[in-house]
Design a protein around this ligand. Structure first.
Ligand SMILES: Nc1nc2c(ncn2[C@@H]2O[C@H](COP(=O)(O)OP(=O)(O)OP(=O)(O)O)[C@@H](O)[C@H]2O)c(=O)[nH]1
Ligand SMILES: [Mg+2]
Length: 329
């Protein structure tokens, strides 16, 4: 009897050849097993896949592998902040990066399409925000470099699939896994506790594939399960639904302001702001523009959206988003 395997099966099978770790291999084999049509003609194949999975499971239990040549990835920060995308396999991380930027990461309907972290730049308003797409994580599979990337991030997007099984459980399990390594993901409006050596990281939970059936029902269940701790953001990376709102939330999570530098007597360039942390003063702006300004600053003039129209302010004046500053030395 012919097996009638689908093209998706063969696509996923190709990934097996390049799997780097036993855990990766096992997840791909499990995916293959789920893709095999269940009938008499495929019984042998099903048995073979099951044996391979069982073998990998038992080796994983017997001797945890210690990487001899640990991989590391580091991305110099550019733009207003660095956002790391994480999540289980196949949830649409790469599709989301593609939809939010001009980058072109590989997208595929099988796990571990993304093999190494991939940087991209997202434009929002008139600034750039760095996004890093990453290979998937599962409770059994989080690489040491995943943790290192997260520790360094300015913010995190944690993606799950709204059409998949129990996104709430997946989130809770992975949050607990990260916590074991002292990385605690917190909502964007939560105060960061002073708790070194714990790395508290502002996080948006993004629930993707809202275009698929059962998404709405699953969203309500998820919202309830997360209580008010996180406010999950439903999007469809493929249709673009919800992405403008997501960009706004990413910007607000970064807690930055845009400040324009004006040269006395000249028109200000509103296309090229400096990005500073919320709460920054005129002095911080001066330091960012040039060290000569910070050393010799006498005063600044300020124009703001609401209050100021060129008044003099001193170096301790706290800046707001979209302020225009003229530095005088
Ligand atoms: N219907 C629907 N499908 C989507 C959406 N986003 C992604 N997909 C599909 O989901 C599959 C996985 O997408 P990827 O972007 O490769 O997922 P990933 O999370 O990067 O996967 P890994 O790299 O394996 O971790 C692909 O077939 C996409 O076309 C969405 O919003 N709606
Ligand atoms: Mg991917």
């Amino acid at each position: 009897m012919p097996a009638n395997l689908t093209p998706q099966y063969f696509e996923t099978e190709k990934k097996l050849k390049t799997a780097k770790t036993p855990q990766e291999k096992r997840i791909i084999l499990e995916e293959l097993l789920s893709l095999v049509p269940k009938h008499k003609g495929t019984e042998k194949l099903q048995a073979l896949l099951k044996t391979k999975i069982a073998k990998l499971k038992s080796t994983a239990q017997k001797k945890p592998t210690i990487a001899k040549h640990a991989l590391t990835f580091h991305f110099d920060k550019t733009g207003a902040g660095q956002i790391i995308l994480i999540g289980p396999p196949n949830v649409g991380k790469s599709m989301l990066v593609k939809s939010l930027s001009n980058a072109n990461p590989e997208i595929g309907d099988y796990p571990f399409t993304t093999r190494t972290p991939y940087p991209a730049m997202m434009e929002y308003k008139n600034i750039q925000i760095q996004l890093i797409d990453t290979p998937p994580i599962t409770p059994e599979y989080i690489e040491a470099w995943h943790y290192e990337l997260l520790k360094d991030a300015d913010g995190i997007l944690f993606l799950v699939d709204l059409s998949g099984p129990s996104p709430a459980d997946i989130i809770q399990t992975l949050l607990a896994k990260l916590k074991e390594k002292k990385i605690e993901l917190i909502a964007e409006d939560q105060e960061i506790p002073s708790g070194f050596p714990v790395y508290y990281k502002k996080t948006l939970i993004v629930v993707n594939k809202k275009d698929l059936p059962s998404a709405e029902e699953n969203y309500n269940v998820l919202k309830k399960a997360l209580e008010s701790k996180f406010n999950p953001i439903p999007v469809s990376a493929s249709s673009g639904d919800g992405l403008e709102y997501l960009k706004e939330r990413i910007f607000s999570m970064l807690h930055v302001i845009r400040v324009y530098s004006k040269i006395p007597g000249k028109k200000v360039n509103l296309n090229d702001p400096y990005t500073l942390k919320k709460g920054s003063s005129v002095m911080t702006m001066a330091k960012t523009v040039h060290k000569d300004f910070s050393q010799n600053l006498k005063y600044a003039r300020i124009w703001s959206k609401s209050k100021y129209q060129g008044q003099k302010v001193n170096r301790n004046h706290i800046l707001e988003d979209e302020d225009i500053i003229e530095l005088h030395i």
